[in-house]
Ligand binder design. Structure first.
Ligand code: MRU
Length: 378
């Protein structure tokens, strides 16, 4: 365990892997994000219960990172299965899959990654269980590797929307700690930094769990980015002052019409941005776009315990005991407040029902091309 001071002397938080597979010791290895920024504690998750709890308690969080954790997790759980016939193996796989999927409901990446893993089982039923286990490992590793490429592409596409010296506001943490490298909303910032853009970033603290203060401000600050931490109720002022040229946020699920669920408070930022004519962009890997959900109204919003609002992070309760508390973890930003959805295949604009379909057509074409290239190499 390292203190913040020791950690700063050694390396940036971005030198650590958010999620890694330790196959030899059958563990998913993560940074316990509930301890940041004070302590960098790397923990190993071995059982289904440990993986479920780490996701539920936000030790690992952020849509892409949850997906990668679930993929490694289900592989390790499948690896431990003793069954040697497909039916028994698959039944056990399904049970573990449903259990992990129940940890958090809003981020679609959790079920997206688990479904991808399930497809590996279903498409290889004729193979031995040992062979299926090896293929599951390959798929989980691929999900992580793809995440890195996808975030980089989102960074490039996002960077085309801003110019050197711009002010950028972000909410919650859609940074490297929420993905595997670069993050989504922070990807244009990190790529811009590498190219001398010198952005001025405003990070909303993000009540009640302070992902903006504890994670985004920490990540950006330790990477040398010019970042200013603000309370959630200050975004109106900084935008009115003309200090913000663009808002970049992440997302947990984008519906087919562009309505987007992201950390609670995002919709307020979007409304304020509209008021002050600041373009509000969602940075979305296609893994977070759920074309099976028609509109934001169909997105399940996770409700979290009251003590996160009243007690957590405080030395003593900051609200009267027994007071009613409403604590949704996410809200939905209506698509008409969104200037663009920045994906790895380009920027989708209104009308999203059409532009998002076009993004998926481009994805399919790219995958077909890749497949062809792979085959011609064999
Ligand atoms: O509750 P959290 O911390 O998991 O919420 C995270 C967010 O809302 C992020 O903005 C979102 O998952 C995108 S991460 C690239």
């Amino acid at each position: 365990m390292e203190t913040m001071e020791e950690n700063r002397m050694k390396k940036s938080i971005r030198d650590y892997e958010t999620v890694a597979l330790d196959d030899e010791n059958s563990a998913v290895v993560i940074i316990d994000q509930t301890k940041l920024p004070g302590t960098t504690q790397i923990i190993s998750l071995r059982t289904g219960e440990e993986i479920w709890e780490a996701i539920y308690l936000l030790k690992v969080r952020g849509a892409p990172a949850i997906g990668v954790t679930a993929a490694f997790g289900i592989y390790l759980l499948a690896k431990q299965t003793e069954a040697d016939d497909f039916e028994t193996f698959y039944q056990e796989f399904r049970r573990q899959k449903e259990y992990l999927d129940s940890a958090r409901p809003t981020a679609v990446n959790l079920s997206w990654a688990l479904n991808r893993m399930e497809q590996v089982c279903l498409a290889n039923q004729e193979k031995t269980v040992k062979e299926i286990k090896a293929l599951l490992k390959e798929e989980a590793v691929r999900i992580k590797e793809e995440d890195i490429q996808v975030c980089k592409a989102i960074g490039e596409n996002g960077l085309s929307l801003v110019k050197p010296g711009d002010g950028i506001l972000t909410h919650c943490n859609a940074g490297q700690l929420a993905a595997c490298k670069y993050g989504t909303a922070t990807a244009p910032i990190y790529l811009g930094e590498e190219r001398g853009y010198h952005f001025r970033v405003f990070a909303d603290e993000t009540r009640p769990l302070l992902q903006g203060a504890r994670l985004t401000a920490y990540e950006l600050f330790s990477s040398g980015v010019d970042v200013t931490l603000i309370c959630d109720n200050m975004s109106g002022m900084v935008m009115k002052n003309g200090w913000v040229n663009a808002v970049f946020v992440g997302c947990d699920r984008v519906a087919a019409n562009g309505d987007t669920a992201n950390k609670i408070g995002t919709s307020v930022v979007a409304a304020v941005a509209k008021r002050y004519h600041v373009p509000f962009y969602i940075c979305a890997p296609t893994s977070t776009i759920d074309m099976n959900t028609p509109t934001g109204a169909e997105i399940t919003i996770e409700q979290r315990p009251a003590h996160e609002v009243t007690d957590m992070w405080y030395q003593e309760p900051m609200a009267p005991e027994g007071v009613k508390v409403f604590n949704p973890a996410f809200d939905v930003t209506d698509h008409d407040l969104i200037a663009g959805i920045v994906t790895e295949y380009g920027v989708a604009r209104e009308p999203y029902t059409e532009s998002l379909q076009e993004i998926f057509r481009k994805k399919q074409d790219a995958m077909k091309k890749q497949e062809k290239q792979g085959k011609s190499r064999v």
